[in-house]
Design a protein around this ligand. Structure first.
Ligand code: ZN
Length: 131
């Protein structure tokens, strides 16, 4: 009997592939990661104002399906993080940066994943303001 699910792809480590994107649909992506068991709320000046609920994943687990042309890049402070947003609808669905180890990573706005409800998950504060 097949264990295949028609919902989402499941890997051996429990990681799932989530689809997401901006509001107008110009920016679409897929990200493969374990189902988030908590959300990060960052206290940096931009995340605080935009109400982000963050998840983090290595950049290799992220695939931008469409919208590279639509993305605008916003950088501030030390200019190490690319705060990308859709030029049409303005939604910040993900960002690109470097981790402490220098490896490229993706921050994803969990609010922008299709059908993902983070409302029941515990919130962990992330001190982005001090980075
Ligand atoms: Zn958009």
């Amino acid at each position: 009997m097949s264990e295949m699910s028609d919902e989402n792809t499941t890997n051996d480590d429990g990681a799932r592939t989530y689809a997401g994107g901006c509001h107008c649909g110009a920016v679409r992506f897929e990200i493969t990661m374990p189902p988030p068991d908590k959300v990060f709320e960052c206290n940096c000046s931009i995340c605080a104002k935009t109400g982000w609920q963050l998840g983090f994943a290595p950049q290799a687990s992220f695939r931008l399906l469409q919208g590279e042309q639509q993305l605008r890049d916003y950088q501030f402070n030390k200019r190490v993080i690319h705060h990308l947003f859709c030029g049409t609808c303005g939604i910040r669905s993900f960002g690109r940066g470097l981790g402490h180890d220098g490896a490229p990573w993706i921050s994803v706005n969990l609010r922008c994943l299709d059908g993902f409800d983070a409302s029941g998950l515990p919130v962990q504060r992330y001190d982005g303001a001090s980075l």
